[in-house]
Design a protein around this ligand. Structure first.
Ligand SMILES: *Cc1c(COP(=O)(O)O)cnc(C)c1O
Length: 463
């Protein structure tokens, strides 16, 4: 065990952090008032903060620590690779053993004829690559006007200019002049919030039909691709109605546009199969991967590409694109070891056959809580819709307030559960034990009780 106090006192770290560190997606004023939480170590599904408090990580970091914390095998592989070859690039017709082995492995586990990989350092970079790939592909096919990419409102594809433009987060677009040109958005298949009086099945078809309509509006000769997450993660674990993906797949095929499945969260076991595309029977041309690819132990992302699409790129001369850390040897070696563990320990099968169903059963019991309108779960990613009036599927007047209050109670009770507006979401390590699932759901119920009490006391419990 590492020493528990091999760090400066918490207040000292908080002061230095406040003085010198700009945090992603954080309100600096709020954070400074409270002091940033300092996490110092982790094991299994449990984090430890600088005060020695243990917290159950219901989010697997940021949806990524699929095999759990503290797997020494990954540390050993990283150390060995750093000593043997800490860095070399794969530009200019060069390769190295970890890049070779990981690519072959990904080609093997990816469904069907998706057997080429282009590497990035993150999911955002991989989606930027996808924009380049799609446009270059169509140019090589003699259809340079097929530039526009259709994406979805409230989708999340990352934080670079390209990826955030593909994403449909209004708050992100408002800062920095996005989306960039030739990216447009259609509505999401979020039945609970937007389905009105339609049945989920009807609503799935209606939202899928928007893709057809958008292609008509833009002209098929101007549209290159559609990108979506099989299940939207950061948008609040939006589970599409069953009718949605079959329609989307059909439209992409019939209208001759590429389909990109952003598997950054759904990939590597999260939905009970290796890829969300398998869970939803989607056959994408490109899959974006990151997060669970290395269980977050190293930063790495990539695009897995259908052979026929890749061949066009390969036959087109030099692809003028690449990152210094594309197929970084240490990251690739760690990802390969992570996949070995997922495979040899049967973790993906176990999510499908046992842990996922168990978590879903327990999670569903939270729908009995008076503040919960819906408790949904696919594999091991789930959400609760908080509402002041469940039968009416009503939203809170001041969106996000009750969610934040409940989130704060979760932290106080030793559980990391995120809020997206008034949705509470979880995505725990795939290796979580049944007893830990029981604890997670108990802490969630307690936090819901306390969040509701706070909301009522502060007059926030209104539609
Ligand atoms: C997190 C995420 C990304 C971005 O990945 P980064 O590694 O943060 O750049 C892209 N797509 C989806 C679906 C994600 O959840």
């Amino acid at each position: 065990m590492a020493p528990k106090d091999n760090h400066p006192p918490t207040t000292e770290m908080q002061a230095l952090d406040a003085a010198h560190h700009i945090h992603p997606f954080s309100d600096t004023a709020q954070m400074r008032a409270k002091g940033a939480r300092v996490i110092t170590q982790a094991d299994g599904c449990w984090l430890t903060d600088s005060e020695g408090k243990r917290i159950l990580d219901g989010m697997a970091g940021l949806w990524c620590v699929n095999i759990g914390y503290g797997r020494h095998e990954l540390a050993e592989v990283a150390a060995r690779q750093m000593q043997q070859l800490p860095f070399y690039n794969t530009f200019f017709m060069t390769t190295h053993p970890p890049a070779v082995a990981l690519s072959a492995k990904l080609a093997q586990i990816a469904p069907g004829d998706k057997n080429r990989v282009f590497y990035a350092g993150s999911g955002s970079e991989a989606n930027d690559t996808n924009i380049r790939l799609v446009r270059h592909y169509w140019a090589l096919m003699g259809k340079p006007n097929k530039r526009t990419i259709i994406a979805r409102k409230n989708g999340y594809h990352g934080s670079t200019m390209g990826a955030a433009s593909l994403g449909g987060m209004a708050g992100m677009h408002a800062q920095g002049g996005m989306p960039i040109p030739d990216i447009v958005h259609i509505d999401q298949p979020h039945w609970w919030a937007e389905g009105g009086d339609h049945s989920p099945e009807e609503f799935g078809r209606i939202r899928a039909a928007q893709l057809d309509q958008m292609i008509d509006q833009l002209g098929q000769d101007n549209v290159g691709a559609f990108i979506a997450e099989p299940v939207q993660g950061a948008g609040g674990v939006i589970v599409p109605p069953e009718t949605y993906w079959p329609e989307i797949s059909r439209i992409c095929r019939e209208r001759d546009i590429l389909l990109i499945a952003d598997e950054v969260i759904c990939g590597f076991g999260r939905t009970g199969n290796w890829f969300g595309s398998q869970t939803y029977d989607i056959d994408p041309d490109i899959m974006t991967i990151a997060k669970g690819l290395s269980s977050g132990y190293q930063p790495i992302g990539g695009s897995i590409i259908r052979e026929s699409v890749a061949q066009v790129i390969e036959d087109g001369g030099e692809f003028n694109h690449g990152y210094t850390y594309s197929s970084h040897p240490v990251a690739a070696a760690v990802a390969l070891e992570n996949i070995r563990i997922l495979e040899e320990e049967g973790i993906v099968d176990r999510v499908r056959d046992h842990t996922g169903p168990y978590l879903k059963k327990k999670w569903s019991s939270l729908a009995d809580h008076p503040m919960v309108g819906e408790a949904r779960m696919v594999g091991m990613m789930g959400a609760l819709e908080l509402t002041p009036d469940a039968p009416a599927r009503a939203a809170f007047a001041n969106e996000g307030t009750v969610g934040l209050m409940t989130r704060d109670r979760c932290f106080a009770n030793g559980l990391v559960m995120r809020h997206v507006g008034d949705k509470m979401i979880i995505s725990p390590p795939l290796t979580i034990a049944d007893s830990e699932i029981d604890t997670l759901v108990e802490l969630a119920w307690k936090s819901l009780d306390e969040g509701m009490a706070t909301a009522k006391a502060e007059g926030a419990f209104t539609a």
